[in-house]
Design a protein around this ligand. Structure first.
Ligand code: SF4
Length: 284
């Protein structure tokens, strides 16, 4: 039997990477090991910091509080404007990381809460947390047992089975809706339909507060028509969904590009306001 014949498919996202023993997926986070595809980045923490919830961004969930934010490496999208590319686009060998088990992470969270009672929980963020969704699941379950809450900041671009596993464990989520164009998502190696399904699923999850972020990149997704489509669709899911219209800064493959003009962000937020009651501007 050839190595190709022995390969197996990852079911986490739309890439359906077919991997042979030892091979790493497109996201650089999952690996075929002993006939199974496992999250190689499980507990490999590249970044950890106590952040205000407003920085996630979450505008209407525990305002004035903070969360212990953690990230690993790896992502299943390739947005040329990635604002966190130094870790999201890297693999195990390219970045510094340290192993933090779920129990250790909860202990760090409890320690941070003892110092400041406004520290309400953990946030899985910075890279794409759901390419290593098992760590999110294990930490969120343990966090709840110890009275900590769980926040997810995600591109939402994973299969429904993964969202179904994670959503009931999440207290607040911020999901990107980068565009309302399938071609735009294709350019970013993502899948618009999966993201729409994820947003719909989180919106329906009782006990999970949902906010959505659209990063406005000049000349790519910055028309009033595009924002109208996004806001109208969100309103059709739930008119109470919070939307953040945020400003792009030059990064990674678009580092020669101008930052989005502040006035344009304000104008596009006003467009979104025609459909949604809760719209915020970000990075202005
Ligand atoms: S999660 Fe990673 S390994 Fe799995 S299909 Fe997506 S990109 Fe490929």
């Amino acid at each position: 039997m050839s190595a190709q014949d022995r390969s197996i498919s990852c079911t986490v996202c739309h890439h359906h990477c077919r991997l042979s023993e030892g091979q790493i997926g497109f996201c650089r986070a999952r690996k075929c090991h002993a006939g199974r595809i496992l999250p190689e980045n499980y507990g490999h923490i590249t970044s950890i910091a106590v952040d205000p919830v407003e920085k996630k961004p979450l505008a209407e969930w525990h305002p004035g509080c903070s969360v212990l934010s953690v990230g690993s490496y790896g992502c299943n999208m390739r947005c040329p404007f990635c604002q966190n590319w130094q870790i999201s686009q890297m693999g195990r060998e390219d970045v510094g990381w340290r192993k933090v088990s779920p129990a250790e992470l909860i202990a760090l969270g409890l320690c941070a809460r003892r110092k400041d009672p406004r520290m309400v929980g953990l946030a899985f963020t910075y890279n794409e947390p759901l390419v290593g969704w098992e760590y999110v699941r294990d930490c969120a379950m343990l966090a709840h047992e110890r009275g900590l809450e769980a926040v997810l900041v995600s591109n939402g671009c994973v299969n429904t089975e993964v969202i179904d596993q994670v959503a009931p464990l999440i207290d607040a989520a911020n999901i990107d809706l980068k565009s309302f164009s399938a071609a735009y998502y294709h350019m970013c190696a993502g899948d618009l339909d999966l993201v729409k399904r994820a947003i719909t699923r989180f919106a329906k999850e009782k006990g999970c507060h949902l906010e959505v972020t659209t990063l406005i990149v000049p000349h790519m997704n910055d028309t009033p028509e595009e924002i109208s489509k996004i806001a109208a669709w969100l309103a059709s899911v739930d008119s109470q969904i919070v939307l953040h219209i945020t400003r792009f800064f030059p990064r990674w493959k678009l580092k020669g590009q101008q930052a989005t003009a502040v006035q344009q962000i304000k104008d596009l937020a006003a467009v979104a306001h025609h459909y949604l009651s809760h719209v915020y501007t970000g990075n202005c």
